[in-house]
Design a protein around this ligand. Structure first.
Ligand SMILES: Cc1ncc(COP(=O)(O)O)c(C=O)c1O
Length: 392
């Protein structure tokens, strides 16, 4: 059997991260993998997370299974934090998932099993794993256009593309801090997009992996609510990887949303069956950390303060990079980097130019031009910008 295997290329983001680590140059710059890094290049463990972990170590009495749906209290608290106007059990229901990726996977499987004809409409560009995960489920896929170098995506262009969709199709929407562009619609435009999705009989699938990294925890959650309040049915994938900095704990939630929808519980039973047949039960630790933080007002306040700090560092870096690029190359408009949100932004380069940037200057960006701006050294910003503009 193994003889039939043809070697597959390693994921390009992972490959670039590996190449960066192996690069001996002192002045190398890492714009690669999508993890938050502070000014010293460290992906820190948050104070609130450490405190919650200590509490768990001191008080946890068992390591028995958590159940197919995971830590239900975590799921309910998380759902309440993001969509406080949706009553858990009646308007929203779901399971703990294996990170945001696991939520995307199990929700895509659910949608595909309930409607095998449904085509998933994915923004172009998008997080590459959307295509990989939804493709692995065996569902049909199509793209809608997503602006790259402007202040906002063009909702009219998106809706025109969705004219080609059939009722029951699923529309993947990033829940803020769009990966890779960093460009999000305003909340009004998001509402207009959701109305257009509803008019076409389509189902929104919100993938929110960066809540709190954009404009604030409540502000970013309000974006999810702007869709949920308008849609009779919605799929919602949530991740705790970035906003709690617990990447390796693989924590998230897969949620089914629909105010007063009579069949939510039945749909959730399908989600549970899919989870059981896949990985049986999720791990406990990350969800227990997040639950502990949400249950304790002091820990929650500290976590929110830490999240604010992270967001401010990212936004400061975005502004500084936009200004430095404007100094280095004045005949381009770089404001989209400043007005964008989250860790990512695109730079208009060819994959060949991205490779040359890596080889000649030790500047590591993804071949599509994606840069993770978090962690950029602000003391060297002009030097870095000068190298970047050699590629555009
Ligand atoms: C758009 C998007 N969705 C989901 C995820 C999933 O994150 P995780 O599985 O690490 O929670 C990511 C992470 O890069 C992402 O960018």
């Amino acid at each position: 059997m193994f003889d039939t295997a043809v070697a597959r290329p390693i994921d390009q983001i992972i490959a670039i991260s590996r190449a960066y680590q192996e690069d001996p140059r002192d002045d190398k710059v890492d714009f690669g993998i999508g993890v938050y890094k502070d000014e010293t290049g460290l992906t820190p463990i948050m104070r609130s997370v450490k405190a919650a972990e200590q509490r768990l170590i001191d008080t946890q009495k068992t390591k028995t299974y958590v159940g197919v749906g995971g830590d239900q209290k975590f799921v309910e608290l998380f759902a309440n934090q993001v969509l406080p106007d949706h009553a858990y059990g009646t308007d929203i229901i779901g399971i703990q998932s294996i990170g945001g990726s696991g939520a995307v996977r199990v929700l895509a499987e659910l949608a595909h099993s309930l409607n095998p004809d449904a085509c998933f409409w994915i923004p172009d560009p998008s997080w590459p794993n959307h295509k990989a995960i939804i493709g692995a489920v065996g569902a049909k896929m199509a793209n809608y256009p997503y602006a790259k170098f402007t202040a906002e995506p063009d909702v009219d262009a998106i809706l025109t593309a969705l004219d080609g969709a059939s009722p029951g199709d699923v529309v993947v929407i990033h829940g803020g801090c769009h990966n890779p562009t960093g460009i999000d619609p305003s909340i009004e435009e998001l509402g207009r997009l959701t109305d257009g999705i509803g008019e076409r009989g389509l189902i929104p699938f919100v993938d929110a992996a960066y809540l709190g990294f954009g404009d604030g925890w409540e502000e970013d959650s309000a974006r999810v609510a702007a869709v949920a309040d308008r849609a009779p049915e919605m799929l919602l994938a949530l991740s705790c990887s970035k906003n709690f900095g617990i990447y390796r704990e693989r924590t998230g939630a897969a949620l089914l949303v629909g105010k007063g929808h009579a069949n939510l519980a039945a749909a959730n039973s399908n989600l549970l069956a899919l989870a059981r047949a896949n990985y049986s039960m999720p791990p406990d630790h990350g969800a227990a950390i997040v639950r502990t933080i949400f249950e304790d007002p002091e820990l929650k306040a500290d976590w929110l303060a830490e999240l604010t700090e992270i967001r401010e560092i990212i936004n400061k870096s975005r502004s500084a990079l936009a200004l430095a690029l404007a100094r280095a190359k004045q005949d381009r408009d770089w404001t989209y980097i400043d007005t964008g949100r989250g860790m990512f932004s695109l730079i208009d380069v060819t994959p060949e130019a991205a490779e040359k940037l890596r080889e000649d200057h030790g500047v590591y960006i993804i071949p599509d031009g994606r840069m993770n701006i978090a962690g950029i050294d602000l003391n060297k910003i002009d030097e870095i910008a000068a190298k970047l503009v050699t590629a555009v």
